[in-house]
Design a protein around this ligand. Structure first.
Ligand code: ZN
Length: 203
């Protein structure tokens, strides 16, 4: 006999478990989300399921900048209006969007999709530093601008990349500390980022 107070439904349990892949979602909020979707918003749930499987089928990484795209090479990397001599390294697609919002940068990007975090098992390979090295050494790039966050991990990542690229004879700079200490680009206003780019220094 099932003595559990809550009648079990396998599909519901699987959904709750699946929702926990979302960042910051623990068992209780996963449960709330599942109830919400199944009880109050079944069309929304349908839409979510469809969007998720479509995105999985169509979205991939740009072969040049590593950002999300549906093409082999994304529109930004294909654009003839971008300055191919500058390569700005950011942690996330959100950070790229923030730099773009400043309208003061017209170079190219490389998106790490993370930062070095040895304790979490994120090493150089996990954030594609081999690909970054190849990208930066394409012969067109004259300067690599490191725009990782001013957090401990972001700084360590910038330091590691600087060493790696300088060893290859590439010019490397770091955006200025107009971005507050511990600051993540995502939460800084466009004017500050714009100034930090302008005041970048060689490292
Ligand atoms: Zn691209």
């Amino acid at each position: 006999m099932n003595r559990s107070a809550v009648p079990s439904a396998k599909g519901l349990e699987r959904l709750i478990e699946a929702l926990r892949v979302l960042p910051g979602v623990g068992p209780r909020s996963a449960q709330r989300m599942a109830y919400q979707l199944l009880q109050h918003d079944r069309p929304g749930a349908e839409q979510l399921a469809q969007a998720l499987s479509e995105a999985l089928a169509t979205v991939r990484r740009c072969a040049k900048c590593n950002n999300f795209t549906e093409d082999e090479i994304c529109a930004l990397c294909r654009s003839p209006r971008r300055d191919a001599s500058l390569l700005c390294v950011v942690e996330t697609p959100g950070d790229l969007a923030m730099v773009e919002q400043t309208l003061s940068y017209s170079g190219m990007y490389f998106v790490l999709m993370g930062r070095l975090s040895p304790l979490d098992g994120v090493g150089p390979r996990e954030i594609g530093l081999d690909r970054l090295q190849a990208r930066a050494a394409d012969g067109e790039v004259r300067e690599v601008i490191l725009a990782t966050n001013f957090t401990n991990e972001g700084e360590a990542t910038a330091h590691y990349i600087a060493e790696m690229l300088r060893a290859r004879g590439l010019k490397v700079s770091r955006i200025a500390r107009g971005v507050p200490l511990g600051g993540e680009l995502e939460y800084v206003d466009a004017g500050t980022i714009s100034q930090a780019l302008l005041d970048r220094r060689n490292i």
